[in-house]
Design a protein around this ligand. Sequence first.
Ligand code: C2E
Ligand code: MG
Ligand code: MG
Length: 346
Amino acid sequence: ENVPEAAAQAQVVAQKILGNLAQPYELDGHAQHSSVSVGVTLFGGEQREMVEEPLKRAELAMYQAKTSGRGSMRLFEPEMYTAVVTRATLEADLRQAVSEAQFLLYYQSQGGDGVRLIGAEALVRWQHPQRGLVSPMEFIPVAEASGLILPLGQWVLRTACAQLALWASRAEMAPLSIAVNVSARQLRQPNFVDQVLSILQESGANPARLKLELTESVLVDNVEDTIVKMRTLRDSGVNFSLDDFGTGYSSLSYLKRLPLDQLKIDKSFVRDILTDPNDAAIAKMVVALADSLGLQVIAEGVETEAQREFLNNLGCHHYQGYLFSRPMPIQEFEACAAQVLQVLNS
Ligand code: C2E
Ligand code: MG
Ligand code: MG
């Protein structure tokens, strides 16, 4: 029995299938084109198993092939199985986290040229009972795929609005705004607008201090519905920013129609803005676009004074990043804010 030989042969066969099925064909007088993904696994060695097992493996490999692009083939590897188990564990933990409210909201300051502190972006953190703080980069995608982003997103919005209401009674904090990230999946809920409005009302927060950050993924489908929802909220005073701008799909014609207030230059363009002419060109383009659409522009991921100055010269006068502050728990953020605001007033 020769495993490498069997695998090689299976791959040759899979390539033939892919090649043949990729040929365009005619159906009812129209040219048709299909793309196929193939997952391959070996079975029938010494190990006895039921038919379900190899099918499961082949399916996992097929999904891997799918995500690596159309028309490809993958051979099953044990890591694919590990990834599925890890993912399932994370989802189960996350479900519990939502019901037990194991989350914290961190705040990262946003500043401008004249005013060092205009507001903050609220960034969620998961305090996992065993693993400690888990990054949203790891759990937000799982929350989105599982639908848990809906209750989690509500918690974030409620927490941020409660904070705004508290700040409203403190003269120095009252002008600050809070930006809250909203996933496309949240926005697509039929009752999204009502949810936001009732959270605003229950908390007593001023809608004009709330900024919702959307990503370009909201431009992918049902743009009309998005526009209607944004308009309704904007009529109540809520602001909108387009996050991670430049990284996703951007149909500029749709962009023109979204009732936005701000574009946010993604941190991936800011990082090498001083050394990579392409990144500098993109940042410059975003500033020009914002100007022509009458929108404010803010850069995220600003870590050095040189980056800030470069952006400033491009015409971007609002910033967020480690240069100003890291995302911090509320007590720390308020202490920092007090310092900044005191310096300003003295
Ligand atoms: P984002 O909305 O683009 O947030 C900015 C990310 O950049 C944050 O990562 C922030 O910590 C990081 N960052 C800020 N300044 C700097 C800097 O100077 N340098 C570098 N290298 N990074 C900086 P974080 O907190 O890990 O959040 C990651 C993403 O998770 C967020 O990206 C956002 O898409 C998502 N996220 C966070 N909180 C929420 C939430 O409440 N709801 C939803 N739907 N998504 C959230
Ligand atoms: Mg954001
Ligand atoms: Mg961003």
